[in-house]
Write a protein that binds this ligand. Structure first.
Ligand code: ATP
Ligand code: MG
Length: 233
């Protein structure tokens, strides 16, 4: 579904991504784990067209999207839930969800109902401004907004960041449910390597712009290197 082939991404003189390649197959949950500053968000921004690669290619669902504009990539079925959620704090929950449907020519009430069925909390609060939601509710709103574009592939950047453990559990349950019930393919970026490897079919480890290891979630969670570096020994 997604083929990232030899991408190199720079911020001015800073070489942030150094020739990495990886893929995501239909129906998978793939995790990209790594420390602060490893380049995880840069990879997602490049896939969604917010940054450009100097080399190589990105192919999504059979089409080359390396040079495609970001809004067209969303329309093609690739949604990005950014780090820090980036919801519209002064708009209501419902308005935020409607914004998520901007890529659809016609958005249906059914889409909204489906989101409310999955996130009853958002339905209760649909007329409330998003800035008054708790951190967990804001993450659910960010995911709900992305779902409004009916994605085939959803990329999530640190969905568990800043959440209490119980909410982290809930967010990961929702991710698994979206994957298993909706059939949404997922590319998940996380610093919480333990949880990410638990839900991931496969994972890649990113270290200062390079992929240092890859394998199934199970293989990586049992690897000594990973245990020492990312799982607290
Ligand atoms: N706008 C920018 N300008 C210059 N350098 C940047 C910019 N954004 C990121 N970088 C640098 O690129 C590298 C990768 O950053 P990136 O945000 O992709 O890392 P990350 O793995 O997502 O980290 P974190 O876990 O902290 O979110 C870092 O060295 C960072 O300092
Ligand atoms: Mg990041």
């Amino acid at each position: 579904m997604l083929h990232v082939n030899d991408i190199n991404v720079y911020y001015g003189p800073i070489h942030a991504i150094k020739g990495i390649s990886f893929e995501v197959h239909p129906g998978e949950i793939v995790a990209l784990i790594g420390a602060n500053g490893a380049g995880k968000s840069t990879v997602l921004k490049t896939i969604s067209g917010l940054l450009r690669t100097k080399t190589g290619s990105i192919v999504f669902d059979g089409s080359d999207i390396t040079k495609t504009e970001a809004h067209k990539i969303v329309r093609a079925g690739l949604a990005h839930v950014p780090e820090g959620r980036r919801i519209f704090l002064r708009m209501t929950v419902m308005e935020n969800l409607e914004m998520g449907a901007f890529s659809q020519r016609a958005f249906s009430e059914d889409d909204l109902d489906a989101i409310y069925a999955r996130f009853p909390r958002l339905k209760e609060r649909r007329r409330q401004v998003a800035g008054t939601l708790s951190g967990g509710e804001q993450q659910m709103l960010a995911m709900g907004r992305a779902l409004m574009s009916r994605p085939k592939l959803m990329m999530l950047d640190e969905p568990s960041m800043g959440l209490a453990p119980i909410l982290v559990e809930q967010v990961f349950e929702i991710i698994e449910e979206l994957n298993k019930k909706n059939g949404t393919t997922i590319l998940l970026v996380e610093q919480n390597a333990g949880m990410a490897l638990e839900v991931a079919d496969r994972a890649y480890v990113l270290e200062t712009g390079l992929i240092s290891l890859s394998g199934t979630g199970e293989e990586l969670s049992q690897s000594d290197e990973i245990r020492k570096a990312y799982l607290g020994g």
